[in-house]
Design a protein around this ligand. Structure first.
Ligand SMILES: [Zn+2]
Length: 61
């Protein structure tokens, strides 16, 4: 399991944002709220984490 850093804005538990074409399993996990789907286009500075309040950020360090 990857570490899930707390949101730097509100402290809520984060979920990882997955980029690229999601697999069926990824869809299932997204529906369960275990990850977020970021779309197929990956930007160089795209955020990696998202919290339930909708904040997104990149992992520092
Ligand atoms: Zn937040």
């Amino acid at each position: 399991m990857a570490d899930r850093p707390p949101c730097p804005d509100c402290g809520e538990a984060s979920i990882p944002i997955m980029y690229g074409m999601p697999s069926y399993e990824a869809f299932q996990r997204a529906e369960a709220g275990e990850l977020a789907l970021g779309g197929c286009v990956v930007f160089e500075d795209a955020p990696r984490w998202r919290c339930p309040a909708g904040h997104v950020w990149r992992e520092e360090g």
